[in-house]
Design a protein around this ligand. Structure first.
Ligand SMILES: Nc1ncnc2c1ncn2[C@@H]1O[C@H](COP(=O)(O)OP(=O)(O)OP(=O)(O)O)[C@@H](O)[C@H]1O
Ligand SMILES: [Mg+2]
Length: 299
């Protein structure tokens, strides 16, 4: 909510605003291709359009969020220029490069790319590159690095959105330590429910081992990525609902339908809401999901 509106109507501020730190939300599912990146990107853009200060973090070596938000040519420029990414942040240094004959220190401010999507919106990106998979081979001591770095910019953002990789690894712990909430996109299809017990176990273990860290489940959101959902999808929705109930996870009232506008808008780094080609159904679904998410997490 814009501050001016809040003042005019004397509305209470949300608890997160009161303590003036960002709300950090990870998009996670141990299953791949379910819409984590697509929904994370749309939610980040929607929040920025609604006057929120947003930091999008790419924590997947595939780097799809970075490619989508920067666009392919800017992303290639970033790689060629050896600019620091989340990899250097987790490794605590930048290697020798042109202009720097030895290793250099790196801060989160060095890594963040500002105003990635539009000069008029506060949407910043902590980009990623494939070398993040190096961290998987040498994970010791990396778990809290992102959380520590984010603490330094916590008052600069209202919302931090983290796009996670589809497998459990140290990257999952890095995301948990850096988040207050998780959102679970699910594509209703054969074996859709399989990632959820893994996620439940991983969250449970994390909470048990880190009882000083509160991490909340914002909920499961159905993303109907298939063009023609069949009986398998209906069965899968039932299975996922049952599992979510067993774990006490809420389900988002807003579901995202199949739409060709989702891949198209990702290619163009567009907000679905502002494209001419997206139909009103998908626009409403993205706005509905994003608004429901922000209401749940108190942004
Ligand atoms: N509702 C939808 N309608 C049509 N296509 C979709 C929809 N949601 C996602 N897609 C497409 O499905 C593919 C997978 O989506 P996305 O990359 O967001 O999933 P992901 O969970 O991030 O995958 P990964 O686990 O590989 O990171 C992409 O090509 C995306 O454009
Ligand atoms: Mg992804």
């Amino acid at each position: 909510m814009p501050v001016s509106t809040q003042r005019r109507y004397n509305l209470p501020r949300s608890p997160n605003e009161r303590i003036n730190v960002s709300v950090n939300v990870s998009f996670i599912n141990m299953k791949g291709g379910v819409g984590k990146t697509s929904l994370a990107m749309q939610a980040a853009i929607y929040a920025a359009w609604n006057e929120k200060r947003v930091l999008a973090i790419d924590l997947d070596p595939q780097s799809n969020l970075s490619q989508a938000l920067l666009g392919p040519s800017e992303y290639v420029k970033l790689l060629k220029a050896s600019k620091p990414t989340v990899v250097q942040l987790l490794e605590d240094y930048q290697p020798a490069s042109f202009g720097a004959p030895g290793p250099q220190p790196v801060t989160i401010q060095d890594v963040i790319i500002k105003n990635v999507w539009s000069k008029n919106l506060c949407l910043h990106l902590l980009p990623c590159r494939l070398e993040l998979s190096r961290v998987l081979r040498n994970p010791a001591g990396k778990e809290r690095k992102l959380a520590k770095a984010l603490a330094k910019v916590a008052s600069d953002y209202d919302l931090v959105i983290i796009d996670c990789a589809p497998t459990e690894s140290v990257l999952t712990d890095i995301a948990y330590f850096a988040s207050g909430y998780v959102v679970v996109p699910v594509k209703p299809e054969f074996l859709a429910a399989i990632g959820l017990p893994l996620l439940a176990r991983s969250l449970e273990t994390f909470r048990r081992e880190n009882d000083d860290h509160v991490i909340n489940m914002a909920g499961v959101v159905f993303n109907h990525g298939d063009y023609q959902p069949g009986p398998e999808a209906k069965l899968s929705v039932r299975e996922v609902r049952t599992l979510a109930k067993e774990h006490g996870w809420p389900i988002f009232a807003n579901e995202v339908p199949h739409s060709k506008a989702i891949p198209k808008s990702a290619r163009e780094a567009s907000a679905i809401e502002h494209t001419s080609y997206a139909r009103s159904g998908i626009k409403q679904a993205i706005v509905g999901f994003s608004a429901e998410l922000f209401q749940k997490v108190g942004v």
